[in-house]
Design a protein around this ligand. Structure first.
Ligand SMILES: NC(=O)C1=CN([C@@H]2O[C@H](COP(=O)(O)OP(=O)(O)OC[C@H]3O[C@@H](n4cnc5c(N)ncnc54)[C@H](O)[C@@H]3O)[C@@H](O)[C@H]2O)C=CC1
Ligand SMILES: O=C(CO)COP(=O)(O)O
Length: 333
């Protein structure tokens, strides 16, 4: 039985710990708060994040991160992206030699503009061959309810991708593998930004034509951006790109979509942040993504306008007419 740790007992960390336990792994989940760790272990519940879900008996939780990491073969990390570096710095000495480290996160670090796998490699000083990322259309609550779902495990090392995918597969979740870490990671980051745009126009009251236009043109932006950074275009047409874009743009379970809807309804950025009690990664990733896009000369009209709505310089109702950069000349699709 593979012994694994999951760091972060929010909605995705807890759900993924259940996925791994239901796949037969020996799983311990690290929760920052001791009372939450006790609730998970004793009553098999994480009622703040996954109300109504009973967790498996072979999943325990602990607030002692040293105990959680002791002797594990794989470490899955699911904390807010902007806190990853500080979390890893505190536990670097506890990561077992030769263990594999897997990012479940979908963000880019502000300031440095690094992807989560890059932050892991830097902070833990480990070979990229030991690092993997998981991405795909994976709304936590649906998976916690055991609805059939597919995901992607990506690593530059095929043995790492395969070893993680075996552990992260169970009767309701199937993990595919690829070696395009850049495309897989950026797919998860970028779809969050398009989902914020979808939420905004939904909040304004626009209908399906507007949303389909944004999803379709948003996929073009995602692909142009990711390919400029070395991704394979087909990755963006796969589960970690189009797949996740559809799930996140269609679902009111999505926190990014929800944050956008509140903006579209007229709430200010600070009011939206106050109302969100879970992580909406797109709000923090928009600035570093636009900086990365500018560095490669990639045009991202939809993401740019999300940034303007967040800054309060563009009215939400004006986002949809701007599906291309402003020019009177017709542009190729
Ligand atoms: N919820 C979902 O459906 C999915 C989420 N993800 C990704 O997983 C990552 C984590 O998201 P969620 O679990 O949904 O977030 P969440 O807000 O539900 O939970 C975050 C967890 O991180 C912990 N944490 C550790 N250090 C922290 C710190 N310094 N500040 C704040 N919280 C800290 C919190 O205590 C909490 O348990 C994000 O990058 C998200 O994009 C990916 C796929 C699905
Ligand atoms: O990444 C997700 C689904 O794949 C979850 O999306 P949100 O973070 O917007 O809830």
């Amino acid at each position: 039985m593979t012994r694994v740790a999951v760091l972060g007992a929010g909605s995705w960390g807890t759900t993924f710990a259940k996925v791994l336990a239901d796949g037969g792994a020996d799983v311990t989940l690290w929760a920052r708060r001791q009372e939450l760790a006790e609730q998970i272990t004793r009553s098999r519940r994480n009622s703040d994040y996954l109300p109504g879900i009973t967790l498996p008996a072979n999943l325990s939780a602990d607030s002692d991160v040293a105990a959680v990491l002791d002797g594990v073969e794989q470490v899955f990390v699911s904390v807010p992206s902007q806190t990853l570096r500080e979390n890893l710095a505190a536990i670097r000495h506890l990561i077992p030699d030769d263990s594999r480290v897997v990012s479940l996160m979908k963000g880019v670090e502000k300031g440095t503009r690094f992807r989560m796998s890059e932050v892991i490699e830097q902070e833990l000083h480990i070979d990229p061959a030991r690092v993997a990322v998981v991405s795909g259309p994976n709304l936590a609550m649906e998976i916690a309810k055991e609805q059939p779902t597919a995901s992607v495990v990506s690593s530059t090392d095929p043995d790492t991708a395969a070893a993680v995918a075996v552990v992260a597969t169970n009767p309701y979740l199937r993990s595919f593998v690829n070696n395009d870490v850049i495309g897989t990671e950026f797919g998860g980051v970028l779809k969050n930004l398009i989902a914020v745009a979808i939420g905004i126009v939904d909040g304004v009251g626009y209908g399906e034509n507007t949303k389909a236009s944004i999803i379709t043109r948003g996929l073009v932006e995602m692909t142009d951006f990711a390919v400029a950074y070395g991704a394979r275009p087909e990755t963006l047409s796969g589960l970690a790109g189009l797949g996740d874009l559809i799930a996140t743009c269609e679902s009111s379970l999505s926190r990014n979509n929800t944050a956008g809807r509140l903006l579209g309804q007229g709430y200010s950025f600070s009011a939206v942040v106050r109302q969100m009690n879970q992580t909406a990664e797109g709000l923090a990733s928009v600035a570093p993504v636009l900086e990365l896009a500018a560095a490669k000369g990639v045009d991202m009209p939809i993401v740019s306008q999300v940034a303007e709505v967040l800054a309060g310089t563009l009215a939400p109702r004006d986002i949809a007419p701007h599906l291309t950069t402003d020019t009177d000349e017709p542009q190729g699709e």
